[in-house]
Design a protein around this ligand. Structure first.
Ligand code: NPW
Ligand code: ADP
Ligand code: K
Length: 461
């Protein structure tokens, strides 16, 4: 996993104070990283337009223009007059080389957005909105310097943002790049070294970006085993039985030795999935909530009181019963609307889905600081998983997963790993990665995936 930081000003400051690096040195490295990226990946291109603002993000752009001048046909466009000391200095250097400055945006092979970086501190004015829209409309390779202009420090996009193919971010990954809203603007994210290796630049953090290698698939290395060695998951099926059945199939395909669906009604299940009317004595984990509907309160209470690992999903997020188990290391997998209900039930906040989506990390942190044992997995295009103070982000998912039943597959996967003995946090992380990577591996197209395809892809991981 890679470290993520809410802000990097303190990391820059450490470079000045502890490593004796100047702002100029850091900026030259920022520009050099962009130059190398462009030369290594787009040496066949000819024209480059660099749009600059008045602060140090603009200064990065002017320094980049100087580095690329003559190798490419570079033009500088100023959204506003240089204001920061570094921007004034870089402009002087650029002018000494007669780098072309243009008054109107022109078609170019590559556009580099250096209008605003981490210093965006107010709403975009009409001119900025017009400029960003104009740049977005051009058919070019689009590179954002540090962060696409228009994304604020907390990851919000109020009006418009630069629509990057690649974001070259300076020094370290920033939280703002990983909001659900930002995902449609940042493109591929690359980190530029600012004069020291990243591991030196970075300090400690409590936020991490998950990588493929963080997926820990179940394994069966011991031959002296039997089905019971791989756990017994009970999936409680309610009025919408399909949800429980999808979860049960996903769990079986992900390695659980025995999977039983708990339901009073007799179900037509695949032969390898068992049915039980009550929780099995030897079950090692329980999945409950998916399609639960109006289950009897006393019965749900009894199920939740079982001393095995549990994953709770869907309908139970609307029920105060859940409050009784929030002092356990239970896994909760709400989507945003369900999480809003949970925040309200737990007296943390009474907010709309939009307010949540604009501040996902903030509300996750509020919840997990009130309930530090719970493993919370907040669904979304960038899934957030958190327990206590630590927070992990899974960005591998995509719109192929926006289908009824995708969440049921996920709860089955979490339940499967819990039943097989994973710790709740590890189960949530690996299930979420398996879910998203399986979706990404489905190559037919981006619209036709159904839960059984997703389970098939999980089985192929
Ligand atoms: N520090 C370092 O060592 C390094 C820094 N680096 C680079 O510096 C970048 C941060 O630079 P920065 O702090 O100068 O802020 P930046 O994003 O250029 O914008 C600030 C200017 O924009 C203005 N402004 C803001 N919002 C506005 C709006 N809506 N509409 C209009 N104007 C608006 C704001 O106005 P003011 O507050 O002055 O009124 C201010 O003048 C960072 O992203 C990275 O690229 C790298 O080189 C690595 C080393
Ligand atoms: N655009 C998207 N990008 C990434 N993941 C997505 C996207 N849309 C949906 N998902 C994932 O699909 C799942 C949907 O779950 P949910 O809304 O609970 O569906 P259901 O209850 O119908 O099974 C979640 O894991 C979510 O993170
Ligand atoms: K930018």
């Amino acid at each position: 996993m890679q470290k993520i930081f809410d802000e990097v000003n303190s990391l820059d400051k450490r470079c000045y104070e502890e490593f004796g690096l100047s702002e100029d040195i850091l900026m030259e490295h920022a520009a050099l990283s962009m130059q190398l990226y462009i030369q290594e990946n787009h040496s066949d291109k000819k024209t480059i337009l660099i749009a600059c603002g008045c602060g140090n993000n603009g200064a990065d752009g002017i320094a980049l223009a100087r580095l690329l001048h003559k190798k490419f046909d570079v033009s500088l466009y100023f959204y506003s007059k240089a204001k920061s000391q570094m921007a004034i200095l870089q402009e002087k250097r650029a002018k000494a080389l007669d780098i072309p400055i243009i008054e109107e945006v022109i078609d170019s092979d590559i556009i580099v957005d250096c209008i605003f970086g981490t210093g965006l501190n107010k709403a975009l004015d009409d001119d900025a909105v017009l400029l960003i829209n104009e740049l977005n409309s051009l058919d070019a390779i689009k590179i954002a310097c540090d962060i696409p202009s228009g994304i604020s420090f907390d990851g919000q996009v109020k009006s418009v943002a630069f629509d990057a193919d690649v974001t070259i971010t300076m020094g370290a990954l920033k939280t703002s790049l990983f909001s659900d809203i930002a995902k449609d603007f940042v493109g591929e994210i690359k980190v530029a070294n600012l004069g020291v290796q990243r591991e030196i630049y970075e300090t400690s953090t409590n936020k991490y970006l998950l990588e493929k290698k963080d997926l820990k698939l179940p394994n069966r290395k011991k031959h002296n085993s039997h089905k019971g060695s791989y756990g017994h998951l009970n999936v409680v099926a309610g009025c919408k039985k399909g949800a429980g059945i999808i979860a049960a199939k996903a769990a079986f395909g992900f390695g659980t030795g025995i999977v039983s669906v708990v339901c009073h009604e007799n179900l037509d299940l695949p032969y390898h999935i068992m049915q039980t009317h009550f929780i099995s004595k030897n079950c090692t984990a329980i999945a409950i909530g998916m399609g639960l509907g109006n289950y009897e309160i006393a019965e749900v209470q009894k199920i939740l009181a079982n001393d095995v690992k549990k994953i709770v999903d869907a309908d139970l997020f609307y029920d105060e019963l859940l409050l009784d188990v929030l002092d356990e290391d239970i896994v909760l997998t709400p989507h945003p609307k369900e999480f809003c209900s949970l925040l309200k039930l737990s007296n943390i906040a009474d907010i709309s889905v939009e307010q949540l989506q604009n501040n996902r990390i903030k509300y996750v942190e509020e919840f997990t600081s009130k309930y530090p044992k719970v493993v919370l997995l907040l669904k979304g295009t960038n899934v957030i998983i958190s327990q206590g103070k630590n927070l992990y982000i899974n960005t591998f998912g995509s719109a192929v997963l926006s289908k009824g039943g995708s969440g049921d597959v996920l709860s089955g996967l979490v339940g499967s790993l819990l039943a097989q003995g994973y710790e709740p946090l590890d189960a949530a992380i690996s299930a979420s990665l398996a879910h998203a990577l399986a979706g990404a591996n489905y190559k037919k197209n981006d619209f036709s995936l159904i839960p059984s395809d997703l389970i098939e892809e999980v089985r192929r991981l």
